[in-house]
Write a protein that binds this ligand. Sequence first.
Ligand code: 5GP
Length: 212
Amino acid sequence: MKQRGILIVVSGFSGSGKGSLMKELLKKYADTYALSISATTRNPREGEVDGREYFFKTKEDFEKMIAKEELIEYAKYVENYYGTPRAYVEKQLEDGKDVILEIEIQGALKVKEAFPDTLLLFVTPPNAQELRRRLTGRGTETQEVIESRMTRAVEEAKGMEQYDYLIINDELDSCVYKMHEIIQGEHHRISRNRSFIQSIKEDLECNVKGEK
Ligand code: 5GP
């Protein structure tokens, strides 16, 4: 019996390393996971490709997607819109893939409200100094953007308790493994196996009555 995929939200401070973590997880377990590609109104960074990192949209096009209810959720983050296209996520879940949304906290909480069985994971570096080091080391952001992301991290940290699991990103490979274990463990939850339980109950009853 094919189980429906699990909807997973991965959040973490910008610079927490969650992007590399996702890339590695998808490379290692390509048949298990599907990564949702978000729409955004922010400008592409160097090396980013439309349809791969994001669907890059104008503000007008993004607002049309909102109006047509084509997004599961959306949020404004540092002056830009970000949102999750609905169609891809629903199709992949239906096909039994675990779908990962790499989104910030406001969006995460909206998804959890709309789909209560969503699994919320929060990725953090071991400390603040390491976060600043990673943001600076990227070399793609201005000092002003770095400061606004550090300030935003202070705000986001206030919501960490609303997540289901914490992943401290100190070493990439062990983090990828931990994340995979957590997600696969979720498949065994009683609440995710209602139809199997129903069918084994019926099977047992028939077997005891001698009907085959
Ligand atoms: P960045 O500009 O660094 O790529 O992303 C900024 C923030 O927006 C990150 O925290 C990222 O996880 C979040 N984000 C990316 N896509 C979405 C989305 O579809 N919805 C929401 N709510 N946040 C998103």
